[in-house]
Design a protein around this ligand. Structure first.
Ligand code: SF4
Length: 353
C-alpha cells in the first residue's frame, strides 16, 4: 500500500516504492546560521535524508540561502500564514516547502506559490494537524477526528490539484496514536500521493520513542508511509536514530549495525550491559549497513538465540565465547574481549581501513 506516486527532493525519491525516508527538523533557530549548519552536519552523519527548517521571517532569507548552499541534506522550509515567505524560500533554492494553504488567506498569493513551485520543481508538503482542526472540519466529519484530519488534508489537496499541481507530499498528524493511525489508513486508501507520517508532540525520552514506535510501527507494518519523522522533545539526531531503529526492527531499512543483546536472566555469566557499551565503543562512526552483532549473557542459549548475527559474544564460566552465525570461533577472558573481537569486527565491517 505504499503510495503509487513519487516525488523527488534533492535527487532523492520519496514514495512510489522508494525506501521509507527518514526526516528530522532543525531545533536551532535560523537566526543562528552556524548552529544550524553544525546541527545539519550531525543530522547528515546520523542518516537524516530531509531536514525541515522553520522559516518564520523573510528577514532570514539570506541565512536560508546560505544554509541550503552549505547543506548536504535537502532542506524543507516550514512556512506558516504568509505566502511571501514561501516565495522567498523557493528563491533561496530549497527543494521543498511545507505550507498549510488553509492558514494562508491570500488566494492569489497561494496561486503564485504553486506556480513558483512548479517552475522550480519544488515539492510542497501539505497536511493537517490534530491541533489545528477547525469547527467546520469537525462538523463535516460528525465529530470523527481522524476523518476530520482526512477532510482537512483533502481541502488543501484540492487547492493544489485545482491548480494542476501534483508534486506534493501529504500528511495527517495528531498527538493521539489511534487518531493518527486511522487518519493515515484512510488517506492511504483514498490517495496515492507520498505520505509523510509522524506522531506529533510525542514527548521525550522513552515514552516519546515508544509512542512514535507504536503509531509509526502499525502504519509501516501495513506498508503505509513513505517518509517519517519521529518528533521528540530532545535532539534531532536522536529522532533520526529512533526512526532507523523502528525501520530496522520492521526490516524496512538496514542502515548501520543492528546490535542485538539479550534481556539477561539467571543463567547470565557476564554483565551484558557493560559488554554492550564496550562493543559499542569499538564500532566505527559510520558502520556499513546490514551487519548484526549480538551480546548474549550465556553460552547455553546465547549463540543459538542469536544464530542469525554475523558476529556475537556470549558469557561463559571462563569468560566469553565469540561466535559467527551461531558457530563458536574463539574464546577468551572478559578482559581480552577487545583484543579478540577487534580483528573479527574488522573482517566483517572493513574497519579500521
Ligand atoms: S542468552 Fe542466556 S542469559 Fe541471556 S536471556 Fe538467554 S538464557 Fe538468559
Amino acid at each position: 500500500m505504499q503510495s503509487g506516486r513519487s516525488v523527488e527532493i534533492g535527487g532523492m525519491r520519496f514514495g512510489g516504492g522508494a525506501p521509507v525516508r527518514v526526516e528530522s527538523m532543525l531545533k536551532t533557530p535560523l537566526q543562528d546560521l552556524d548552529g544550524c549548519i553544525s546541527e545539519l552536519g550531525v543530522l547528515k552523519k546520523s542518516g537524516c535524508e530531509l531536514a525541515r527548517a522553520a522559516f518564520p521571517d523573510d528577514a532570514l532569507s539570506a541565512h536560508l540561502k546560505r544554509l541550503v548552499a552549505a547543506s548536504d541534506v535537502p532542506i524543507m522550509a516550514d512556512i506558516h500564514f504568509n505566502h511571501r515567505y514561501a516565495l522567498s524560500a523557493i528563491d533561496c533554492g530549497v527543494g521543498s516547502i511545507r505550507i498549510n494553504p488553509g492558514n494562508m488567506t491570500d488566494r492569489a498569493g497561494i496561486a503564485s506559490v504553486i506556480s513558483a513551485a512548479a517552475a522550480n520543481n519544488v515539492v510542497i508538503r501539505i497536511g493537517s494537524n490534530g491541533g489545528s482542526l477547525n469547527k467546520r472540519q469537525l462538523e463535516a466529519s460528525g465529530g470523527d477526528r481522524p476523518m476530520a484530519l482526512v477532510l482537512a488534508v483533502e481541502e488543501q489537496l484540492r487547492v493544489m490539484t485545482d491548480a494542476g499541481f501534483g508534486n506534493v507530499i501529504i500528511s495527517a498528524k495528531s498527538s493521539s496514536v489511534p487518531e493518527t493511525v486511522r487518519a493515515n489508513f484512510i488517506l492511504s486508501k483514498r490517495h496515492s500521493y507520498p505520505l509523510h507520517i509522524g506522531i506529533t508532540e510525542a514527548g521525550g525520552g522513552i515514552s516519546g520513542a515508544v509512542k512514535s514506535a507504536a503509531g509509526l510501527g502499525i502504519l509501516l507494518a501495513q506498508g503505509i508511509g513513505d517518509t517519517m519523522r519521529v518528533s521528540l522533545t530532545g535532539d534531532s539526531a536522536t529522532e533520526v536514530a529512533i526512526a532507523y531503529d523502528i525501520l530496522r526492527s520492521l526490516g524496512l531499512r538496514r542502515r548501520g549495525i543492528n546490535l542485538i543483546s539479550c534481556p539477561c536472566c539467571g543463567r547470565r555469566r557476564v554483565d551484558v550491559g557493560s559488554l554492550v557499551e564496550r562493543v559499542k565503543a569499538m564500532l566505527p562512526e559510520n558502520p556499513p549497513d546490514g551487519i548484526s552483532i549480538a551480546v548474549m549473557g550465556c553460552e547455553v542459549n546465547g549463540p543459538r538465540e542469536a544464530a542469525s548475527a554475523d558476529l556475537g559474544i556470549a558469557g561463559t564460566g571462563a569468560g566469553f565465547v565469540l561466535f559467527k552465525k551461531g558457530k563458536a570461533v574463539a574464546s577468551g577472558k572478559i578482559e581480552e574481549m577487545e583484543r579478540i573481537l577487534a580483528p573479527q569486527l574488522a573482517q566483517i565491517t572493513g574497519w579500521p581501513r
